[in-house]
Design a protein around this ligand. Structure first.
Ligand code: IFM
Length: 444
């Protein structure tokens, strides 16, 4: 791993917020590590959420139609399309050794069959930039957004949806594949199934219908579909797309570890009856656990919270529980519990492709990171193989329909100047990554 200067002066430089660096209890802990030396420590982003002006994508259209569910359009986002090198510098300076990011299908194939060499070269420069900085590039091939033409022709559910995605993966692999460290085919392909088991506002599905109808009209297509918003069960279509993508990637580089990034909540029972939780597990996770056993080298776990279920359904968080600004309960033990569950279901090593909280008060994140990692260590000590952890997110970025409201970042971004400023939580994660030690024990 790249050696990073963790001196107070260097940290103050990285953290323009100017907060003093808490000292590591190095002398007390010499020679001991809580996490293996080869562990991947990273942060994660998604192309549409940070790059800006992703105009050929389905999301751009959905953000601009009337009516829309989006609180605001993504616009310039964090301008990472141009500022990606600064982002990589930050990841490195924080002391991390991995960066998860997406390659944007809508930029690479803006019209069916028309592939942009210039955009492939762009992502090639990002991958090389990671390698030059000692960061393992963990590349997501599709993170919710797809080309607008793909959404208008039936999305992954169309008869050739999986083949079209596999063709894109093949082209991207031919250009970039020799330098990728880990490949994630799809980001949270189970999210629309999962949303059925959480309490959505009653008007949500009506809003989805109206927005998709407006997008279909604007595209001159009979229908418009989306990965984030689906009324139908899209699981089998998404599973087929993952399998074909996995095969396309493996055909070109059999040794490259390939997985899928699943949304996994820590589903807990209140009382004895587990029928509701069992139904959720059958619909949301089990089809993905099945395909992971045969068509993946690792399972990507993306965890943000726990949910409690009784016989009638979702039970609200306990009174007084700490809450993230997106309404999810902050429950640090959910990370370890989800990792254990995903490993039990698949038998595969786990890569934490996302974990984090929406919080404008960074003190919550400063506490959440070490506490969730403590739970993760317990699970690793039980024998669950964990390849690494990538925190969501590197940057305060575009949170889909919620716009720029929820702040998940280790680093804030000025919405006008795009100036990045690392938060104290970034230093905490960096120090844990550098030392392999959990010497932070804040309370929520
Ligand atoms: O921002 C999203 C990301 O795109 C997918 N996983 C959950 C994150 C936070 O809600």
């Amino acid at each position: 791993m790249t050696k990073v200067d963790l001196s107070r002066r260097a940290l103050l430089g990285i953290c323009a917020a100017g907060v003093a660096a808490p000292a590591l209890a190095a002398s007390k802990t010499k020679g001991r590590r809580d996490f293996p030396g080869a562990f991947l420590w990273g942060s994660a982003t998604a192309a549409h959420q940070v790059e800006g002006n992703n105009v050929a994508s389905d999301m751009w259209l959905l953000e601009h139609v009337k009516p829309t569910l989006f609180a605001e359009p993504s616009g310039d986002a964090c301008d990472s399309l141009h500022r990606w090198a600064q982002d990589l510098d930050l990841v490195k300076a924080l002391g991390l050794n991995a960066y998860r990011f997406g390659i944007e299908w809508a930029r690479i194939e803006p019209e069916p069959g028309q592939f942009s060499t210039a955009m492939l070269d762009h992502y090639g420069r990002m991958i090389d930039g990671c390698l030059q900085r000692g960061l393992a590039p963990i590349v997501t091939f599709s993170h919710f957004s797809v080309p607008r033409w793909f959404a208008g022709q039936g999305h992954f559910q169309s008869p050739d949806g999986a083949d079209l995605f596999a063709r894109f993966c093949d082209r991207a692999m031919r250009h970039l594949g020799d330098r990728i460290a880990y490949a994630v085919t799809l980001n949270e392909p189970n999210v629309s199934a999962l949303l059925r088991f959480v309490a959505l506002p009653p008007a949500f599905m009506g809003g989805v219908k109206a927005m998709l109808a407006a997008a279909a009209k604007a595209s001159g297509r009979p229908a418009f579909a989306s990965a984030l918003f689906s009324e139908q069960d899209v699981t089998s279509a998404m599973v087929a797309a993952h399998i074909k993508a996995y095969q396309a990637i493996k055909a070109l580089r059999p040794a490259l570890p390939v997985g899928v990034g699943l949304a996994v909540e820590d589903d807990q029972l209140v009382g004895e009856d587990n029928s509701y939780r069992a139904a959720k597990r059958r619909a949301v996770y089990e089809p993905w656990f099945d395909v992971t056993r045969t068509h993946a080298d690792f399972i990507g776990v993306q965890n943000y919270t726990r949910r409690r279920y009784d016989t009638r359904g979702l039970v609200p968080p306990p009174a007084g529980a700490p809450m993230a600004s997106d309404g999810r309960e902050i429950y640090p033990a959910s990370l370890g519990n989800s990792v254990r569950y995903a490993h039990q279901g698949t038998g595969k090593p786990v890569l934490i492709t996302e974990s984090g909280i929406a919080a404008s008060d960074d003190a919550l994140r400063q506490a959440y990171i070490p506490q969730s990692l403590r739970g993760l260590k317990v699970v690793m000590d039980e024998g669950v193989p964990v390849l690494g952890y990538t925190h969501w997110s590197l940057l305060d970025n575009f949170e889909w329909i919620s716009g720029y409201g929820p702040q998940f970042g280790l680093v804030s971004v000025d919405r006008k100047s795009f100036v990045r400023q690392a938060k104290p939580s970034a230093r905490i994660l960096g120090a844990i990554a550098q030392s392999g030690m959990l010497s932070w024990d804040n309370d929520l």
